[in-house]
Design a protein around this ligand. Sequence first.
Ligand SMILES: [Zn+2]
Length: 155
Amino acid sequence: MHTAREVHTIRAFAPEIVTGLLRAGYPVRLVVTGRSMHPTIRHGEAVLVAPVNVQSLRFGDVVLYVRNNRLWAHRVIRRRMVSGVWILVTQGDGACRPDPPIAASRVVGRVVAVERSGRWHRLDTRGRRYWGLIRYSIRRWRCRLGFCRWCPHFA
Ligand SMILES: [Zn+2]
């Protein structure tokens, strides 16, 4: 785990600064807004994002990527190679539907931990990745069966 001194904190949405730091090899501490990763990452919690080689991305990793000039931290639920390019499908653990597919080159970092009650909790272990995939499947089924409180917000 990284020490606090190595970590930069960016509170405002500044995708180009965050992207630049990660591409230069620095870990970044970010405060997350929104509920699309609830309860894995709650609104207002900080996450630690590490630089990542897109070749090393795994099923179940939570990744930070850029879309519409905004940063998104969502879980990789599918991965496929199309014409020599890795295409990823991501989804928030608290969202009912997957995000539109993205080229893996849009990923700028891997979310390795979430800060809760003053402690870092890792998200990048095998157990946490698989638990996240189970969580998103449960969410999807709850939605299909009509037990969904979030749909209007994520439709
Ligand atoms: Zn739903």
